[in-house]
Design a protein around this ligand. Structure first.
Ligand code: FES
Length: 233
């Protein structure tokens, strides 16, 4: 695909795995793409990690970019990544009505073939002996429940990330440092339209439409400051 670097920007859209994000691998791929093109290339994440697609589209708009080319990358193909990238753009357009930005989606038809070629090449390589100790599979640290008296689950699914869960999670993690509150990011909790969503335990109170400005009250359990955000179950 040729992309003229004029006012175009390329955003490679990724999804972290269930184990999180291998940032160094994402960075390696990003650097390799940038080395092969003059285009202005960025990375965005559909869910879990930042920057979200909304944040990168906002940045493109602020930077006066005329056209954004989105290239979702997953091997094997991730239908969810493709469909929800399109839906995220539709939501971005609906919520930024004054933003004029042409956005196109490119789907590589050859990624699996390229990766299959790499797998076949590996068959001829020597490989590395596996020297990991089985003890590393059952580290004592994984038997310890971190002491806490308040546990906050922050949804980092695709819709909540689009609505600001990235800054919210960062602000809550910062507010929880040195306290007895524990903050854990989760995948989609399902009532996405009410996001960003937080569940506070004990009590199991659900909070909706919260943002980074609510972080301290959420962490400290100042629920009297959050009454407008408490959701009926
Ligand atoms: S993405 Fe948060 S509830 Fe679905």
């Amino acid at each position: 695909m040729s992309v003229d670097s004029g006012s175009h920007r390329v955003i490679v859209v990724l999804r972290p795995t269930v184990s999180g994000l291998d940032e160094s691998a994402a960075r390696r791929m990003f650097d390799a793409v940038r080395a092969g093109t003059d285009a202005d290339v960025r990375i965005a994440y559909l869910d879990v990690a930042s920057p979200s697609l909304h944040e990168e589209l906002d940045r493109a708009h602020t930077d006066d970019v005329g056209k954004v080319v989105l290239i979702p990358v997953a091997v094997p193909r991730d239908r969810y990544l493709l469909t929800w990238t399109s839906k995220a753009v539709a939501n971005w357009r609906e919520t930024r009505i004054d933003a004029e930005l042409e956005v196109t989606l490119h789907e590589s038809e050859t990624l699996e073939g390229a990766v299959a070629g790499q797998v076949i090449d590996e068959l001829g390589a020597a490989g590395k002996p596996i020297t990991a100790s089985p003890a590393s599979y059952r580290s004592p640290a994984w038997s310890v429940i971190e002491q806490h008296d308040r546990h906050l689950l922050v949804c980092k699914g695709p819709r909540c990330m689009a609505y600001g869960a990235g800054p919210l999670h960062r602000a809550m993690s910062a507010a929880a440092k040195g306290t007895s509150s524990k903050v854990t990011g989760t995948g989609c909790l399902s009532p996405c339209n009410l996001g960003p969503l937080v569940i506070a335990n004990p009590g199991g109170t659900w909070f909706g439409h919260v943002d980074a400005g609510d972080a301290e009250a959420l962490v400290a359990g100042q629920e009297n400051q959050l009454m407008d955000h408490v959701l009926d179950r």
